[in-house]
Ligand binder design. Structure first.
Ligand SMILES: C[S@@+](CC[C@H](N)C(=O)[O-])C[C@H]1O[C@@H](n2cnc3c(N)ncnc32)[C@H](O)[C@@H]1O
Length: 168
């Protein structure tokens, strides 16, 4: 996820669902010192722990689909949007609502990255999500499967250049 996102060269990073902080910890390691980070997490217990563990990073306790980016002081958008959200467990309306709220804030040249577990991506929710993401980010690619991950997974990567408007 770190390599695919290009976080090592990012100036502004948005993480969706940082949870227990596995990606956050990796981001803190690789992102440039001057980079700014915003994490949107709906679970207050996780947010309190993230604040304590990463005091220089910004976390908001909120839903990614309703967060008001006008209050976020990230006017130029994000170079990287990295997601740990369990997309295939979400109904299609929620997938659309989250992507519709965050993707307009992907900066020109920016990348959206999210992962999928091998096998789950073949289920109908996984196929729906892949189609939705592919419609919004027409140049969507996927990485090789990381077989050493448990369960094995791969990463979807989409870039701003091909950002399409949300279809209803
Ligand atoms: C798979 S878990 C977190 C994965 C994360 N990389 C970790 O290390 O824990 C997904 C996280 O997304 C959060 N979440 C679920 N729906 C959300 C939403 N609509 N907005 C923001 N966070 C959400 C959950 O509370 C959970 O912490």
């Amino acid at each position: 996820m770190m390599v695919a996102s290009g976080a090592a060269n990012a100036r502004r990073i948005l993480e969706l669902g940082p949870g227990t902080g596995a990606f956050t910890e990796a981001l803190a390691r690789v992102m440039p010192d001057e980079a700014r980070y915003l994490g949107l997490e709906l679970n207050k217990t996780f947010v309190d722990r993230l604040h304590a563990r990463f005091p220089s990073m910004r976390f908001e306790c909120c839903c990614a689909q309703t967060f008001d980016f006008n209050t976020a002081e990230f006017d130029e958008g994000f170079d990287v949007i990295i997601s740990g959200l369990p997309w295939t467990a979400f109904p299609e309306e929620l997938q659309k609502a989250i992507l519709g709220n965050v993707l307009p804030h992907l900066a020109r040249g920016g990348r959206f990255v999210t992962f999928a577990y091998v096998g789950f991506h073949k289920l109908s929710a996984g196929q729906h999500f892949r189609r939705l993401l592919g419609n919004l980010l027409p140049n969507l690619t996927k990485t090789e499967v990381v077989w050493s991950n448990l369960p094995p997974a791969f990463v979807y990567v989409g870039s701003h250049e091909a950002l399409a408007s949300m279809k209803s």
